[in-house]
Write a protein that binds this ligand. Structure first.
Ligand code: FNR
Length: 368
């Protein structure tokens, strides 16, 4: 059930901390190294002030948005987050059902602790759900990547989100201090039988990382190859540089997710609210941009739209809710964010997301 007193999307955080064991808490909530990027993501949304308009026509307003040929009820999607059965027995199926009930999009992690076919079966399109996408990491063996792709196509996934910002994990100090390990019974079941790259003993003067793990690290050629292998739209997740965004657009990707992996890969990387408008400027208006990292309030969603995003991904807030209240918690967080977005639109004088433009945003605080 929903605990009393939970009224804001982040109200689940403290409760999740009490509920989860310390290692799982460190895994779900932590970032890389000093967690500067984790904090910067929040600070960057907060640094924008809204300059609202009044007395504009609001009747008939709505949060609908077009994305990859579909009309979505609102611009919220669940970010891909691995191993959700570690947070709650409802796991990925719980999150997916909650998203479906709230008409939100779902990006399932390829490192999910539930088979992608089982998730897809739980949220049939007839139920009026939002988009169902699969996040992929390129596997060292192209045959394995193709296997995952074919399974996603057969199961009814509507797009592939290739995560490109994590050829290796970040320096996850908080997790290591907490002694985080996956408990028995929770695994990346979709990758069963697919060897993952490992560090190797390197030659003197060599690098275990570069000679081992990164030996088969994906490149732009692999993105072009993947795109040639499927009719599904391909999005890249984890782009922060305008030149990379241009290169991706030239390769014909269907969209980009401006992301720093929630501050879990490169610490001190730029915040996503900073990168987003620069990438929008680089690629022009046509290419759909999504953004994630530190989106915690309806006003953050509004600011993301104003800075050029078509839609947003939400990460930790729904995982915290899942840990506390299972699928019901995830649905609740989505409902709260959607309600807050509507309030923010009404109070800035925007009846539709098309009216949410950069002119709403100002830098009020000196130096911000
Ligand atoms: C992630 N993220 C992630 N991204 C991805 O592409 N594949 C994955 O398997 C995971 N797994 C994962 C686990 C956990 C515990 C977290 C917190 C995050 C990153 C995720 O999709 C998203 O980019 C961030 O979580 C967004 O930031 P916020 O909303 O959590 O601040």
């Amino acid at each position: 059930r929903i605990p009393p007193g939970v009224v804001a999307p982040t109200d689940y955080e403290a409760l999740a901390r009490e509920r989860l064991d310390p290692a799982a808490w460190a895994y779900f909530s932590g970032g890389a190294a000093d967690e500067l990027t984790l904090r910067r993501n929040r600070a960057a949304w907060e640094a924008w002030s809204l300059q609202p308009r009044v007395l504009r026509q609001l009747a008939g307003g709505h949060t609908r948005v077009e994305l990859l040929g579909r009309t979505l009820a609102h611009p919220l999607l669940l970010a891909p987050i691995a191993y959700q059965r570690l947070a709650h027995a409802d796991g990925e199926i719980g999150s997916a059902c909650a998203a479906a009930a709230q008409e939100a999009g779902i990006v399932l992690s390829v490192q999910a602790s539930t088979r992608m076919e089982d998730v897809a079966r739980a949220v049939q399109p007839e139920a009026g759900r939002g988009p169902l996408w699969l996040q992929l990491y390129l596997q060292p063996d192209r045959g394995h990547t193709l296997e995952l792709l074919r399974r996603a196509e057969a199961a009814g996934y509507e797009a592939i989100v290739l995560t490109v910002d994590a050829p290796t994990s970040g320096a996850r100090d908080r997790e290591r201090r907490a002694g985080y390990r996956l408990p028995p019974g929770i695994a990346a079941v979709n990758l069963a039988g697919m060897p993952q790259p490992a560090a190797v003993a390197s030659v003197p003067g060599g690098s275990a990382l570069f000679d081992g793990l990164l030996h088969a690290a994906p490149t732009w050629d692999d993105v072009a190859w993947l795109r040639s292998q499927t009719a599904l739209p391909l999005l890249l997740k984890g782009v922060l540089h305008p030149d990379d965004a241009r290169q991706a657009a030239a390769l014909g990707v269907a969209g980009l997710v401006v992301s720093n992996h929630g501050g879990r890969t490169l610490d001190t990387a730029v915040s996503t609210a900073w990168a987003l408008p620069r990438i929008r400027e680089a690629v022009g208006d046509a290419l759909p941009l999504l953004v994630d990292g530190g989106i915690r309030r309806g006003t953050d969603v509004l600011k993301a739209i104003a800075l050029g995003a078509r839609a947003v991904l939400v990460g930790r807030p729904y995982i915290h809710a899942l840990a506390v209240a299972g699928a019901l918690g995830v649905a609740h967080v989505l409902r709260l964010l959607r309600d807050e977005l509507e309030i923010a639109m009404a109070l800035t004088g925007c009846a539709t997301l098309a009216e949410v433009t950069p002119e709403l945003l100002v830098r009020e605080m000196p130096g911000a």
